[in-house]
Design a protein around this ligand. Structure first.
Ligand code: TXA
Ligand code: MG
Length: 327
């Protein structure tokens, strides 16, 4: 059921679980301090009970009310990047009303989302809102209402239509509790290069790359559509009667002969967009990846592509490796 933002606020206040748009991906939202609503998020997503929920706030002042302290480096980063596609780890006091949302871990991952609809809803409830990505655990994060409904229709109490998400990849997760060493726990649009500008003296470690200090969510297979997608180096590795995911640049490089071969082998080509405009590419990426499930093929292939060294390029590379099971 599509909800107007005011109805969404009332639904949340009465303990319901609804899908809300953010600038990154759609979230499956409930009031984070309501234990039964939080339990329903786990149930709807079929999420493992040891995988804590990210919580959303409208301001740093609101976060302050729930955490033991705002570390200095975290405060600098929040002042610079929030609201935006970046989440931070905090310590919680012993008896926190967020203990259900955070699986009793003692830590909180919090984000101030940059989406006017969601931000207004948080301001109206004036309560933290738990909202992991609005997909069944292990599936691709949804970046449009249609993607949410394809996966969760009938299991959620409603959805607010905010159109397509402008960023399209999940937020960067940062542990900046210690000034000396900052850990990137999940890569996203904002990466080490951007953080280093704000914190020139801190060492910035991409834990997501080293495999140390990993967040629970990265233990599980992630972001995959139902159709297996296999990473290939060469077109000769592509099977008959399959789908082939290509960037526009890779497609333009195909010879006439190869276009003929693929067509003879009944390979359906899915164009992912141009990486020259990497922001636009990222915003449509999950939708395109999921579209292979509609093609009626048993396998899809992705031809290896270099996404470059920008933070967003690295985040896309990481998602591709997860999707194809290459990491
Ligand atoms: O962009 C985003 O972050 C989106 C939107 C909706 O805000 N949310 C999102 O949530 O991607 P989710 O649950 O799909 O991913 C959050 C990740 C998970 O891997 C989870 O394990 C980790 O954050 N996480 C959340 N709370 C945590 C905590 N207290 N301690 C450690 N890891 C945590
Ligand atoms: Mg997720």
């Amino acid at each position: 059921m599509f909800l107007a933002p005011d109805d969404a606020t009332e639904f949340l206040m009465s303990g319901k679980v609804i899908a809300l748009p953010t600038e990154t991906v759609y979230g499956l939202a409930a009031i984070a301090t309501n234990p039964s609503a939080v339990a329903r998020i786990f149930e709807i997503k079929k999420r493992p009970q040891d995988n804590p929920l990210i919580c959303h706030f409208h301001s740093i002042d609101q976060i302050k009310k729930y955490v033991t302290n705002i570390p200095a480096a975290t405060e600098k980063l929040i002042n610079h990047f929030s609201p935006g596609p970046i989440s931070f780890m905090f310590d919680l006091p012993g008896d926190s009303p967020l203990k259900f949302a955070t699986c009793g871990s003692g830590q909180l991952v919090a984000r101030i989302p940059d989406h006017p609809l969601f931000l207004n809803i948080i301001k109206k409830t004036n309560l933290p809102i738990a909202a992991p990505s609005a997909n069944t655990s292990g599936k691709v994060s949804p970046t449009s209402p249609a993607m949410v409904l394809l996966d969760l229709d009938g299991r959620i109490d409603g959805i607010v239509d905010g159109g397509r998400c402008s960023v399209g990849l999940e937020s960067t997760i940062v542990d900046a509790r210690n000034d000396d060493e900052i850990f990137i726990l999940r890569q996203g649009t904002i990466g080490a290069d951007e953080l280093q500008i704000i914190l020139p003296k801190s060492k910035i470690t991409a834990a997501a790359e080293t495999g140390e200090n990993v967040i629970p969510g990265t233990k599980y297979r992630h972001y995959a559509p139902n159709t297996p997608i296999i990473l290939v180096e060469k077109l000769t590795e592509v099977d008959k009667n399959s789908a082939l995911l290509l960037t526009e640049e890779a497609f333009r490089n195909l010879s006439h002969e190869w276009i003929g071969n693929l067509s003879d082998a009944n390979v359906q080509i899915v164009l992912l967009g141009s990486i020259e405009n990497i922001n636009d590419f990222a915003s449509k990426f999950y939708e395109k990846i999921s579209s292979v499930d509609l093609l009626n093929v048993s396998t899809a292939f992705f031809l290896r592509t270099e996404f470059g060294n920008s933070s967003l390029g690295k985040a896309l590379q990481e998602r591709i490796e997860k999707i194809t099971g290459a990491s």
